[in-house]
Design a protein around this ligand. Structure first.
Ligand code: NAI
Length: 420
């Protein structure tokens, strides 16, 4: 089995984690049962560039159960769970290229391995694999790709920009933008796991702390809600007037970062934007201010500027915590080197929420396979039928059913169509 993982000896522990996560992924299991019987992905070559976690392991197991020939590589150098990677190779026969802490060269070597697999379908989390596919070296191969799924907001934004510039060579399904994904995964998954990462890294007591949430999108909303629930005094910063207003009406303090910088104890960036925390903000921060990021790329905090400002640096004063001492003996603590803190210091999203995101991935893959001849090189939304099926199956797994419109109600609501 071709692979590049840290150590196959870690496989038994990884298998336990994968099985534990599977128990909380009932929708994916339901799809797996159907796939095992009907093999809708028979012979399909799939390359996935995703965070290598126990939940992702269950996704690739379902693809394999459907008959696909799957390769998995990391979408982030710090998020790989080495034991899970080992178990996927040893216990489940999946080709895996991922090592925690891999350097840039290895990261790109692993992406290349994913393309050398000659995929007909790809899955990305941040669009790194798709970017490489569009490079001169691999462009010809792009013609063989029937479609590609994108898991995160930043990836969708990158791919929409490529579509606009007429450079996109593959149809894309924006899995991130499905309601069954971002309303739940980004909000509740990132909300909870980001707090989990911060707490594991620092052991900080949130009650009474001033927490500054940078960006009030799906992820920011979830994180702000959870931080408030733990007793933090939450401030939101935004650049979008509507989102700023929403945060105010949700009961948060809203102000520009130029003011929040001097009052926050903990700052978390969740924007998908660059340098939202930068030199002018570091200069105002209190002694002991802790900063971290849960947005996709490690560019939200201007780390080079922090390094330049600091007089003294201590690496790993605690696992995942680096200390920068600024003029005036003010210490700033940077968590997880500015990378996604929920994946760097914790285990990423809980399985129950990834159940929905990855069911969306799998059903979107099946959709691409059935419909690729009709698809253009554009970014598409996930069909509503898929979203509704997943929501219903998830509710059923909680033992909950909901009402149905009566014939009379259907008729009444339809009568309000425009033009009637
Ligand atoms: P979103 O588009 O719903 O929200 C981003 C928000 O940030 C927007 O409201 C925008 O106005 C705001 N923003 C942009 N620039 C800003 C600035 N300079 N200052 C303050 N606010 C600013 O996006 P979503 O879904 O919340 O995702 C945010 C980031 O998190 C993306 O990079 C996404 O890929 C990533 N993500 C991370 C996950 C994780 O596991 N940590 C999971 C899902 C998404």
């Amino acid at each position: 089995m071709p692979h590049d993982v840290t150590s196959l000896k870690l496989a038994p522990q990884g298998k336990k984690r994968i099985e534990w996560a599977a128990q909380d992924m009932p929708v994916l299991e339901e799809i797996k049962d159907r796939f095992t019987k009907s093999k809708p992905l028979k012979g399909l070559k799939v390359s996935c560039c995703l965070h290598v976690t126990a939940e992702t392991a269950n996704l690739v197991r379902v693809l394999k159960a459907g008959g696909a020939n799957v390769l998995l590589c990391a979408s982030n150098p710090l998020s790989t769970q080495d034991d899970v990677a080992a178990a996927l190779v040893k216990s489940y026969g999946i080709k895996v290229y991922a090592r925690t802490g891999e350097d840039r060269t290895t990261y790109y070597k692993h992406l290349e391995a994913a393309l050398k697999h000659k995929p007909e379908v790809t899955m990305d989390d941040g669009a790194d694999l798709l970017s490489l596919l569009h490079s001169n070296k691999y462009q010809k191969q792009a013609l063989q790709v029937k479609g590609s799924m994108e898991e995160t907001t930043t990836g969708v934004i990158r791919l929409q920009a490529m579509e606009k510039a007429e450079k996109l060579m593959v149809p894309i399904i924006a899995v991130n933008d499905a309601k069954t994904k971002n309303m739940f995964d980004n909000r509740y998954g990132t909300g909870q796991s980001t707090l989990d990462g911060i707490i594991r890294a620092t052991d900080l007591l949130l009650a009474g702390k001033t927490v500054v949430v940078v960006g009030y999108g799906w992820c920011g909303r979830g994180f702000a809600m959870r931080a408030r629930g733990m007793g933090a005094n939450v401030i939101v910063t935004e650049v979008d007037q509507i989102k700023g207003l929403e945060a105010v009406m949700d009961g948060f303090r809203v102000m520009p970062m130029s003011r929040a910088a001097s009052v926050g104890d903990l700052f978390c960036t969740l924007t998908g934007d660059i340098h939202v925390l930068r030199k002018e903000h570091f200069k105002k921060m209190k002694d002991g201010a802790t900063i971290c990021n849960s947005g996709h790329f490690d560019v939200e905090i201007d780390i080079p500027a922090l390094k330049k400002l600091s007089r003294k640096f201590r690496k790993n004063v605690r696992d995942f915590v680096d200390e920068y001492t600024l003029p005036g003996n003010r210490r700033i603590y940077l968590l997880g080197q500015g990378r996604l803190i929920n994946l760097a210091a914790a285990e990423g999203h809980p399985a129950s929420v990834m159940d929905m995101s990855f069911s969306t991935q799998v059903l979107a893959t099946e959709y691409v396979l059935k419909n690729h001849k009709k698809l253009l090189n554009k970014v598409y939304y996930v069909p509503e039928k898929i979203e509704n099926w997943i929501a219903k199956a998830k509710l059923k797994s909680f033992g909950i059913s909901i009402d149905k419109l009566t014939k009379e109600q259907e008729k009444y609501l339809a009568s309000w169509d425009i033009g009637t």
